[in-house]
Design a binder for this molecule. Structure first.
Ligand code: ADP
Ligand code: MG
Length: 661
């Protein structure tokens, strides 16, 4: 049985316009195992077309091609790729090798597609390079090799998976005579060793070497010297019969993609890759910053709210609320009737009160209140004390003349090196003992949008200049009426802030027949902060999304450009046995490697920006899990946008791709 049997094979190409070029017409041919066949003929006679057909790079338009007795006319692209991988080895006229891969990697390539591990493939490749006298060239790139050496590397590659049939298309066409001799010697030796060799040439001298000559003319077999009876051979080379698992193949394809992008970064093509990577990196960084900034702004509010306490509702008389004002009775009713109330503290205040210490005198605001609700180490609305203690219920009951100073009041009344606790001050002529001093407080008011930081600090200082005395003392000494400025209501359970708010409002209705109470609590601020964080995430997030889209398009453009620039590479890979899906995986792996690397960089940049944010006063203690969203988004986009060009690469026609220079 002949190894190769062509029967009435035609091959035509669509030509310019609507015409057809008949590259092969009715070619019938038998080639037996171990023959050394030389195909000659003038340029355009169909030699390359015939060789491509024999090598399963292309299939005939009509007729039958049986390889080893098996009809391959109707085989799909995958089956053809498997045949190329197992049976054939190609050598072309020039540009045979991947220029970003070393000689060794080029030779190992068919083995990798056949599922050999990198080390196994490299070992075998090394032996082949040795055999062809290229041992010292294995680490060199094609550009560093002479034309003859390149062709011998291609021959070694043709033998990588067995090379049962070696197809050489004018392999010496671009070589000087000495290199050509060397290459031909190798081909002869292969034929002697039992490989079937089909050599295309239009050099009659070279054709002399072959045991059989076939001449093509205008797509037809013009003459055939015929097979000699028994081709001389030592043994028959087996083809590599490995059936790699899908995992091993996919792994190899991805590994080759990664190696390829690594090589392209090290050995040129940096510019486009860097730009696309930068796009993705910036997008992920921007996305990360959106999340982190939103969180920081939110945390700042939460921090302020925490100082003020989430457990407190401040009740005041609604301005124009149609009732005379809050009294102590309101405070008592709230304490008794509203569930979840731990304590209430009534408060009154006066502005412009004359305060003296020694010779110093100034006007301050004073507040009469009592610590009924707060936890021990805290002041009346949850503020921390810098020194001393706050007013107790006993002092309130006994109308004690004790005072607690705000930080600014302390700064104005006492020199810095003096401990005010235990000292006397006079309030409107009444002598009071200083009992405690507050820490400087922030977060009582929120900065208005049009307010400068300086103005805002000045407002905060005013709030820190207050002086606090017991409620009953205030009532007895400084006012005649019974009305309160406000009531601080302290809750048992801050989670039910809004329920308590509603209960207090209802109580106001019951007691005064109108919506009497004006309520304030930090919950509002907290909600507003959440809303702001949402707005920020949406606004900046949309920006990051656009950046991500741009970055992904950059990746797509890069891969598309690569697919165009690297058509020859795709063709070569297919010629040595890469299937469509191997090419797909390779390009996808390249795109994804880029996205993962750039995305990681962007993520790290965002995390590094935390330091800057902290420096600007926006710390983030716990990094929100949402930080992964932009990174995952980039991966997804990379996949979506990478798959389009990768599919395009995978669908290339190997013959057309190989025709590219
Ligand atoms: P040779 O290798 O003997 O020089 P080819 O096999 O390359 O000849 O080409 C045979 C004929 O087929 C030529 O006329 C050529 O123009 C045509 N041909 C080859 N490949 C294609 C193709 N991909 N598309 C259109 N025409 C082609
Ligand atoms: Mg040709």
């Amino acid at each position: 049985m002949p190894l190769i049997a062509l029967d009435r094979v035609c091959s035509s190409f669509a030509a310019e316009g609507s015409g057809k070029v008949e590259a092969l017409r009715d070619v019938s041919l038998r080639i037996r195992e171990g023959e050394f066949v030389c195909v000659t003929g003038p340029s355009g006679s169909g030699k390359s077309t015939l060789l491509n057909l024999l090598g399963c790079l292309d299939s005939p338009s009509s007729g039958s091609y049986r390889l080893d007795g098996r009809e391959i006319q109707n085989s799909g692209p995958n089956a053809l790729a498997l045949l190329r991988r197992r049976v054939f080895g190609f050598v072309f006229q020039s540009h045979n090798l991947l220029d970003t891969a070393t000689a060794l990697e080029n030779v190992a390539l068919p083995g990798r597609y056949a599922g050999l591990s990198k080390s196994a493939a490299n070992k075998r490749a090394e032996r082949l390079l040795n055999r062809l006298g290229l041992a010292d060239r294995s680490g060199h790139l094609p550009a560093e090799l002479s034309g003859g050496e390149q062709q011998r590397v291609a021959l070694a590659r043709a033998l990588m998976n067995g090379g049962r049939i070696v197809l050489a298309d004018e392999p010496t066409g671009a070589l000087d005579s000495k290199s050509a001799e060397h290459v031909l010697a190798v081909l002869k030796e292969l034929a002697r060793d039992g490989h079937t060799v089909v050599l295309v040439t239009h050099n009659p001298e070279i054709a002399e070497l072959a045991s059989r000559r076939i001449e093509l003319l205008d797509g037809r077999v013009a003459s055939d010297s015929g097979a000699i009876k028994t081709p001389s051979r030592k043994s028959q080379p087996g083809s590599l019969e490995s059936r790699p698992g899908v995992m091993a193949e996919t792994f190899n394809a991805i590994a080759m993609g990664l190696a390829r992008i690594g090589a392209s970064l090290i050995r040129g093509e940096r510019w486009g890759t860097t730009m696309a990577a930068l796009g993705v990196c910036v997008a992920v960084w921007l996305g990360g910053m959106t999340v982190l900034l939103g969180e920081a702004v939110y945390l700042r509010v939460v921090h302020a709210v925490n100082i003020m306490g989430l457990e407190r509702i401040h009740v005041m008389a609604r301005p124009g609320g149609g009732f005379e004002g809050l009294t102590v009775e309101d405070a008592v009713a709230i304490e008794k009737e509203v569930p979840n109330v731990r304590a209430v503290s009534p408060a009154k205040f006066l502005h412009g009160v004359d305060i003296r210490r020694g010779d110093f005198s100034a006007n301050f605001s004073i507040e009469g209140t009592v610590d009924r609700g707060t936890k021990e180490s805290r002041g009346h609305i949850g503020y921390r004390l810098a020194a001393g203690e706050f007013i107790t219920s006993q002092e309130d009951d006994g109308q004690a003349r004790v005072a607690v100073l705000g930080s600014v009041a302390r700064e104005q009344l006492f020199p810095p090196d003096m401990n005010p606790v235990g000292q006397e001050i006079s309030i409107r002529g009444w002598s009071f003992r200083v009992k405690g001093v507050y820490e400087h407080r922030t977060g009582m008011v929120f900065q208005r949008p049009n307010q400068s930081a300086e103005e805002f600090r000045a407002v905060e200082r005013i709030f820190n200049a207050w002086i606090y005395i017991p409620f009953s003392t205030f009532q007895a000494l400084f006012t005649k009426h019974n009305y309160l400025y406000g009531i601080s209501v302290f809750l048992e359970n801050p989670d039910q802030l809004f329920e308590a708010e509603k209960a207090i409002r209802d109580l106001g209705f019951r007691r005064h027949g109108t919506d009497a109470y004006f309520l304030e609590h930090s919950g509002e601020h907290l909600l507003e902060a959440r809303r702001q964080r949402e707005r920020m995430r949406r606004g900046l997030g949309a920006l990051a999304g656009v950046a991500l889209l741009a970055g992904s398009l950059g990746v797509m453009a890069l891969v598309l450009m690569n697919v165009r620039l690297r058509r020859r590479e795709i063709g070569l890979r297919m010629a040595v046995g890469a299937r469509r899906r191997d090419i797909l995986w390779q390009f996808l792996a390249e795109a994804m490697a880029l996205v993962v690397a750039a995305g990681t960089l962007g993520l790290l940049a965002a995390l590094a920006s935390l330091l800057a944010m902290e420096w600007f006063g926006y710390p983030v203690d716990d990094i929100p899990p949402l930080i992964w969203a932009p990174f995952s988004g980039a991966l997804l986009m990379g996949l979506v946008f990478g798959i389009v060009p990768a599919r395009r690469a995978a669908r290339s026609d190997p013959v057309a791709a190989l025709a590219c220079e």
